[in-house]
Design a protein around this ligand. Sequence first.
Ligand code: V47
Ligand code: SF4
Length: 398
Amino acid sequence: MEADNSLKLVINNPRLDADLKKIALKVLENKRISFEEGVTLYEKGELGYLGVLANYIREKKNGNYTYFNRNFHIEPTNLCVYDCKFCSYSRLIKERSEGWEATMEEMLATIKKYDDEPVTEVHIVGGVLPQYNMQFYMDLFSAIKKHRPQLHVKALTPVEYHYIFKKAKVDYATGMRMMKDAGLESMPGGGAEIFHPEIREQIAKDKCNAEQWLAIHEEWHKLGMHSNATMLYGHIEGFHHRIDHMERLRQLQDKTGGFQTFIPLKFRNKDNQMSHIPEVSVIEDLRNYAIARIYLDNFQHIKAYWAMISRDTAQLSLGFGVDDIDGTLDDTTKIYSMAGAEEQNPAMTTQQLVELIKQVGRHPIERDTLYNVVTDYHDYQFEQTAPKSSYYSLPVVN
Ligand code: V47
Ligand code: SF4
């Protein structure tokens, strides 16, 4: 109701630019905005205006719910055959002596460390090296599922899949089917960067291109499976490149409906080949979340990855379209601390995550990877013994 009133106040503001008024009316009428209108939002939309529109859509889609999960990361290696200019994992930046290359046994030992923890997901992603081939990953996924069948395996991106399928001479459809049979359950959103070739050629030229990235997700969705999508923003791209990126995702989502969450990833500039490029401001981060929420009308969730943008910005983002702040993480990811994120050893307890969400008046929900509710923390007091987890789905809000 409040979000409705705020939107109507914006629309009735006599000083509002005519193009922005047209877009706000479309949002009120639940109509899709065009490519040009997306660019207009970046060019003309100030933070307060964008926040009202994005929050209206957020509350229509997800009410006050704010999701997180209990997960941990495995990063098999921080070395990579590719040379993405923004990446602090790239082989040109990193001396081999600083690198790690985990064995199957080491990764399984990491999985076993969590045997007594109530985690629901392992997120596996890292650099690309030849020894991590198709058979290696199939063996890894099946060993994880054999050891802990309830642990959801969310692993690798089209960057790895394109590379290992090519080496194994299998097509995408066959490859994804084999991964599913081995135990893969979801695909994270990485490797998307910026799809437009004008930018991709400059920052990530050797790895899979936009069409290949999208084709692998499409094959995965055709199997009835889900995945996420990201966008690396705030470097050399223009606003129209960001909208082009979201437009391609919106089109695939219309076709398959397989994406769950869109995750804008802010470019961090420490120790990579693009360190000379200044990072964008928090204001630009919030504007970008809001525009993603407005443009991607067929994505149910927008996620802010707190480990990368700081806890304060994650809290603020909840007023700008975001309804998910990822997981507890438990100090298991290095990719952002190496690239300059505020969190050097990212870990938050469930209590800290819940409090962070409640402090800004939102309703914390622990979810599993597929957005089933694990625990509703709205009325929970942390002095009590842990609440009983009970899986169920929330009703659709609108
Ligand atoms: O694709 C690399 C990005 C991504 C930098 O699906 C950088 O739930 C900023 O995709 N500055 C991998 N970003 C991480 C990823 C992800 C993270 C959290 C949740 C999910 C999910 C997916 O990290 C890469 C790349 O775009 N990245 N270097 C950097 N300097
Ligand atoms: Fe390798 Fe991924 Fe880094 Fe590119 S972004 S260099 S593919 S780890």
